[in-house]
Design a protein around this ligand. Structure first.
Ligand code: DSN
Length: 385
């Protein structure tokens, strides 16, 4: 049966993706090879368990695929152990927390409004904020983390786990300093590199591996793979607890998840292969160059821009005008998302900024010149609201 209704809507979405300028920093365009694996017969198969230890028959080829994803991923991410089964970033972080924390333990992460993530202890309404006692750190007026203040907070609160990771932070993260601070109180340190994974793999953002125990990441942002996530265990993590890899695996399955999505895991194996090339390193470097060119162009046009040292920036557009700016930009073929600015007093539903990233259009081949011109266009539209 041909489902014309869905086909038509997919076609329209394909045209939307092709025709607009995409600047949401967490989105990207996966390769045809990645998408082929995602749409393959692997979606038909159950494979609860891990390679060589499945609860279902018929996993001869699935095991080989998952082992390839693990080996390729360990190589490009530089970790000792890798679980490739998390369905996405939120389940990955929840699995880490479930593996290492008891209900009521203290967790510390960056505030959502400062560029953190829901799963980093956002209070009251999330798993990490409901089941654990949450302490949150903030950024300064300039949008940067003050590591001395963070150290004071950690020494006073002594959390059992610290989440070092962001979704709207336009600066390099000082993982060395995070590590020194976490070690002072014996806390687990988790680097959530979801946004910057492609930059880390490409060598244009420092790797956290030497300083943290665990690395989590989604696989569909700057890494340019399928939607999904991984959990890596570092040498430092295994030194702290030789059982850490086993604990993580048990928390993913059977702790939180059932059957892994092997089509997603095959696509991830493809993406890790694509990352292990000079072409990908060049791509990662170009993402950062493009972000700098865009930020510079917006500044020349008089806008206040936070950043950038990575793939994204936050732009102040006026009190409560973030949503209006995002809508107006979309009407002009430019897709961004409304975002809070540091210490925003506006409501999160009507924040005062927008978040802009360069990974997707860099995949499309854009260079500094295109981003400079785009900056002029964006600034003109923002000024008109
Ligand atoms: N929703 C993702 C982002 O846009 O940054 C984070 O999970």
């Amino acid at each position: 049966m041909v489902d014309q209704q869905i086909r038509d809507l997919i076609k329209k979405e394909e045209e939307r993706q092709q025709n607009l300028v995409h600047l949401i920093p967490s989105e990207n365009f996966a390769s045809d090879e990645v998408r082929m694996a995602l749409g393959s017969c692997l979606t038909n198969k159950y494979a609860e368990g891990y390679p060589g230890r499945r609860y279902y028959q018929g996993n001869e080829f699935v095991d080989q695929i998952e082992n390839l994803a693990i080996e390729r991923g360990k190589k490009v991410l530089g970790v000792e152990h890798l679980n490739v089964q998390p369905y996405s970033g939120s389940p990955a972080n929840s699995a880490v927390q479930m593996a290492l924390l008891e209900q009521g333990d203290k967790i510390c992460g960056l505030k959502l409004s400062a560029g953190g993530h829901l799963t980093h202890g956002h209070p009251k309404i999330t798993f990490s904020g409901k089941f654990f006692e949450s302490v949150q750190y903030d950024v300064e007026e300039d949008g940067r983390i003050d590591y001395d203040k963070l150290e004071e907070l950690i020494l006073a609160e002594k959390p059992k786990m610290i989440m070092a990771g962001t979704t709207a932070y336009p600066y390099i993260l000082d993982f060395k300093r995070f590590g020194e601070i976490a070690d002072k109180v014996g806390a687990w340190l988790v680097a959530d590199i979801s946004h910057i994974a492609g930059l880390v793999v490409g060598g244009v953002h420092p790797s956290p591996n030497e300083y943290v125990h665990i690395v989590t990441s989604t696989t569909h942002k700057s890494l340019r793979g399928p939607r999904g996530a991984v959990i890596g265990v570092t040498k430092k993590g295994l030194e702290k607890d030789p059982e850490l890899a086993k604990k993580i695996d048990k928390a993913v399955f059977p702790g939180l998840q059932g059957g892994p999505h092997e089509n997603q895991i095959a696509a991830l194996a493809v993406a890790f292969g694509e990352c292990d090339t000079q072409e990908f390193k060049d791509y990662a470097a170009q993402i950062v160059k493009n972000a700098k060119a865009l930020a510079e162009s917006l500044r020349k046009n008089g806008l206040k821009v936070f950043g950038t040292e990575n793939h994204l920036m936050v732009v102040e557009v006026g009190f409560e005008k973030g949503k209006d700016a995002a809508v107006k930009l979309e009407e002009n073929g430019i897709v961004v998302n409304a975002n809070t600015i540091p210490h925003d007093t506006a409501s999160p539903f009507r924040p005062s900024g927008i978040r802009i990233g360069t990974p997707a259009m860099t995949t499309r081949g854009w260079k500094e010149k295109e981003f400079e011109e785009l900056g002029n266009k964006i600034a003109g539209i923002i000024k008109s609201i």
